[in-house]
Ligand binder design. Sequence first.
Ligand code: AMP
Length: 331
Amino acid sequence: MEGGSAVPEELPEIITNKDEMRKWSRAMRCRGNTIALVPTMGYLHQGHLSLVEKARSLADVVVVSIYVNPGQFSPSEDLSTYPSDFDGDIRKLGSVSGCRRVDAVFHPRNLYDYGIIGRKGKGGIEFEGLREEGETGLPASGVSSCVEEMGGGHETWVKVERLERGLCGKSRPVFFRGVATVVTKLFNIVDPDVAVFGKKDYQQWRIVQRMVRDLDFGIRIVGSDILREEDGLAMSSRNVRLSPEDREKALSISKSLFQAKSLAETGQTNCGELRDSLVQAITGAGGKVDYVEIVDQQSLETVGEVNSPVVICIAAWFGNVRLIDNIEISV
Ligand code: AMP
């Protein structure tokens, strides 16, 4: 397998080629193993490892995918500055054992490269073959991701129509289309029995659950709790990009979420009031709110009163870093 031979035994097998990944999964299945997949974009932290632990409890072998998916970034977003440290990730995975052990890492170079003959252009490879003269390659809606920018002719997208519209979908119009599509690709390549997603990305978890139900994937989708730093900040690969001052200010997100939960649990169930106090706490600390929403845990529709299971979801900017966090409340 590509890259696999030079790796010491205690490290997970590294697979970069999708056919090799399929072969590996088939071989595992032939030996009677069940497979769990943990999709990630790398720059791994303890939050990711907690998903691995969950995955280990659910299947015989665990695959972690590490792939920064251009399909979920619009050209104006932070694809090029998204943190990555593949060697560090492998070291981290190699240093864990027992319930956090990983069997294989799937690390494809480009999941949207279909081997179309390219010619060298100024900015690297320019693809030809699928595009007609004069075509922009961008969808008619004018909404595009970095995949359309790359060219290459990828044109099939999975959209979970209603669930993707609100919350992060409002300010990131191509995001969930990209997530649902790359998760579909990973499911088709790795063919897992179960896949574990963090509730940190609550809307993403619900969207993947809905997609799997609607399209009859035979894969169990499991949500895993948010892992936080000791001071409450939700762990995220993007946290390293926060200045020390912004990191301190960003604590207003988790603090205000905990406070809102305890207020709701002690009878302050009006969502308008809860929302106002959350917005105030974050803007007061110097953050810029993208959204604060209190929504039904399943439908992700806004609710007016906390009298059924809800989740408070927040996205806010601190400096040039956009953070998301949430808290479930079941009163
Ligand atoms: P990412 O690499 O950010 O795309 O995340 C990969 C997976 O890890 C997603 O399912 C995330 O929801 C999950 N994840 C990220 N941060 C955390 C966290 N702090 N706690 C639990 N899961 C997390």
